[in-house]
Design a protein around this ligand. Structure first.
Ligand SMILES: Nc1ncnc2c1ncn2[C@@H]1O[C@H](COP(=O)(O)OP(=O)(O)OP(=O)(O)O)[C@@H](O)[C@H]1O
Ligand SMILES: N[C@@H](CCO)C(=O)O
Length: 318
């Protein structure tokens, strides 16, 4: 589920009036997603998404995210803009929370993408990076190398309750990455969470890239590594699909060629990507009650990816 905040019908109707999109016809909460409350809203003037930002999104970051979406949409990328009301305001307060009315994009997110769909996603990521070359706002990555250390410290040895040896494996990996994390690769604003559930597709066509709420200034190729780790494996992380991994990188290269240094760094960057999701999932696992309405995501699915990347750096060249 992802409806944490209930919006009364009267408040929804009054909100739509401010946007001049006609009267409210219907609305319902969207079950997918875990971070924010999302509603699908039907008005006389069209279909929209209303997002209420919950605890994990800092309201102070919203202007950055909305500027990023406007920048990409202006350059023809399939990302949803936040609409402006009659007074030009994008960020509202709805049921006491910061909220935006967002363009609805068609398409579905896939559970079992094909190589062609991975290629199209890689290409969309490359196009996005190309379009961001002249985007100047910045947002620090709180989930970069320093953030992983901090999160690992906060999880502590409680991680060993998930699987014995977990905390030692993380400490060993952090030491490995500290010694090798690249310092001089090109940086840019990146999506940083391009999982299949954040890409909407129709057939082999990308119709929407959503959920930019981890977007930040980072090593650009880390976004490629994050996407590879999210797309290239079975959900439990046990099986690597080389055809998907290859297609994703080829698609990216067709739109935005990697430099030799970026390509050479991918095995290390991918270990960092796998560690990032292992740690955030471990934290959530340890801090979300087992009976909460939100489904906890399995940290071991990314620990397995981490082990795979450690054992198979050649997967980026094979
Ligand atoms: N602009 C949009 N157009 C169409 N559908 C959308 C749009 N934005 C969100 N959705 C739908 O709402 C669902 C939840 O959105 P989203 O993934 O942004 O949730 P979240 O809780 O913010 O994030 P997370 O994926 O991190 O849990 C998506 O899976 C998608 O079905
Ligand atoms: N996409 C992430 C959640 C957002 O950090 C995951 O699957 O763990």
């Amino acid at each position: 589920m992802a409806v944490y905040t209930h919006v009364p019908a009267e408040e929804m109707a009054a909100l739509l009036m401010r946007y001049g999109v006609g009267a409210l016809r219907s609305f319902k909460g969207i079950a997918e997603g875990v971070e924010n409350s999302n509603y699908l809203v039907e008005a006389e003037g069209g279909r929209f998404i209303l997002t209420l930002y919950e605890k994990r999104v800092d309201a102070g970051d919203l202007p950055f995210f909305l500027a990023l979406l406007d920048h990409l949409a202006d350059r023809g990328l399939p990302v949803p803009r936040a609409l402006k009301d009659g007074e030009g305001v994008q960020i509202q307060t709805v049921a006491g929370r910061p909220a935006c009315l967002i363009e609805f994009l068609e398409g579905v997110s896939l559970s079992h993408p094909t190589p062609e769909q991975a290629r199209a996603t890689g290409q969309a990521l490359g196009q996005m990076h190309g379009a961001l070359a002249d985007f100047t706002p910045e947002r620090p990555n709180t989930l970069g190398l320093a953030g992983w250390h901090e999160l690992a410290g906060r999880c502590g040895t409680a991680m060993d309750e998930i699987v014995p040896g977990f905390s030692a494996r993380i400490a060993e990996e952090l030491a490995f990455l500290d010694a090798r994390w690249p310092a001089d690769l090109p940086r840019s604003v990146i999506h940083a969470d391009l999982f299949p559930d954040n890409v909407l597709m129709l057939g082999d066509r990308v119709t929407g890239v959503i959920d930019f709420y981890f977007a930040c200034s980072e090593i650009r190729a880390w976004d490629v590594a994050v996407t590879h780790s999210a797309w290239g494996f079975s959900a439990d992380g046990r099986d690597y699909d080389a055809a998907i991994g290859r297609a994703l990188i080829e698609g990216y290269q067709a739109a935005h060629p990697l430099t030799d240094a970026e390509r050479a760094a991918l095995p290390i960057l991918a270990r960092g990507a796998a560690l990032r999701f292992t740690l955030t999932r471990a934290w959530d696992w340890l801090n979300t009650p087992a009976d909460a309405l939100v489904t906890r995501k399995d940290p071991l699915a990314f620990l397995r990816r981490l082990d795979f990347y450690a054992q198979h750096p050649e997967c980026f060249t094979a």
